[in-house]
Design a protein around this ligand. Sequence first.
Ligand code: ADP
Length: 504
Amino acid sequence: MITPELAPLAKVGGLGDMVASLSKELGELGHDVRVVLPLYGHLKDKLYDWQPMPTPLAVRLGAWRELFCRVWQTTLAEGKVSIFLLEHDQLFNREGIYAGPHGDYNDNHLRFAFMNRAALDLCYACGWMPDVVHGHDWTAGFAPGYLSSTELHQPLGRAASVYTIHNLQHQGWFGRDALTVAGLPDAFFKPDHYEADGGVNLMKGAIYHATRITTVSPTYAREIQESTFGCGLNHVLKLRSADLTGVLNGIDTTEWNPATDPHIAACYDKNDLTGKAACKAALQRRFGLAEESSTPLYGVIARLYDQKGLDLLAAIMPSLMEEMSLQLVLLGAGDSGLENTFRSLAKAYPSRIGVHIGYDNALSHQIEAGSDFFIMPSRFEPCGLNQLYSMRYGTVPVVRATGGLADTVEPYIEGKGQGTGFIFKEPAAKDLFFALGRANAVYYDRPGDFQQLRLNGMMQDFSWGASARIYERVYREAVAERTRRLRAPALRETALPRVVADVG
Ligand code: ADP
């Protein structure tokens, strides 16, 4: 696995959770999984049970540039997964993963080319040749290109590449020199390789070069082939649709388990929900809200960016406060305008709205446990994890029908107690308002249905078992395809079906 994030070591969003839990699950299934990521500045003082590798790793980039790094190693899941951290202070000893206080780091192409190249060079250094190199999101976009160029006639050339799109919005756009810096061939600066609009687009190149592509839910896999969700790459994805599989993310059911969660005020399970009431009271106290057990409490945990649609929620908050009896707690950080809007709302309604701007893992567990409902009005949502955590914690999700939200939340059917949550279609403030109105009405007027919805969610199985099996299948298909291509000389120079013109 080549990844910029791995929970809990380095995590900005769901990508970190996914790589950690998929790796563990594959390890449990008996695969030899090795994960490579950079040693970021915040990890420097957390290396107590890590072993440094005895010799520095030489990483061969473009223009004969060779950089050296120290590699730290440990294992996860009782030794079933190996983790390697790449220590290169000049590139990674910084506060953020992708960005600092002034925005994206301007040498991100070098930083992540280094991560990809180092991961491959580490295989040679360890004398270990994987069957599959699995890269995640734009930062791992160089690896499929290496496998079909510099590595083609090397031992690693036999490895298939699987590339997972976690979020198509972030594609890794750079100038032409990104290829030179990485040491990828100049010939890849073409529209059917890495070139797009005169620059380099790492995700586009990876989509062309990977043996197989996955994304994190079946609905998102369909959506990204259409112009509305395709972020300019829909044509390229359509071209490769036969090789694209949507696999729903699972969750780490040990980390997210209300029966054993050490972060929450009282544990509970589907047979006895009394602990959940204690969690709600603790959450209300934590945010200084009125401690009313009978008022529905809505939770939000999200990166505060356009994708998450929380501007829609902000827009209707004053009318919600006027017309409905409910409370809201929000945990998130991101866009400073949205942060300030929610801070002001908390100031205006201190006993009914609680806001914490920042990143806080323990608090995210407390919100999942203490809320009655969870709101996700996303404009797009590749998979989404919080709706899955919510259902597991008996917290009923109110979501927009997109991507993984549409795949995992079943709509409530009035009077029948069926479904697991409330769904609305259009990304519009009024649609969210009506969905919240329906949720609130069920809470007050049909308490039996509300309890049933809660239990329906708690009975869902979102563990990794089934999804890891699908990844196994994708890996096997990728290996078979790679082998077939290597045996056919005409197909050797590219790992892909060639296209003559840029359709992207
Ligand atoms: P995305 O990857 O788009 O951010 P997901 O729902 O897939 O969205 O995953 C988000 C993950 O990050 C979840 O585990 C969520 O709990 C966590 N998270 C997001 N924001 C925060 C925050 N401010 N504090 C703690 N955890 C957060």
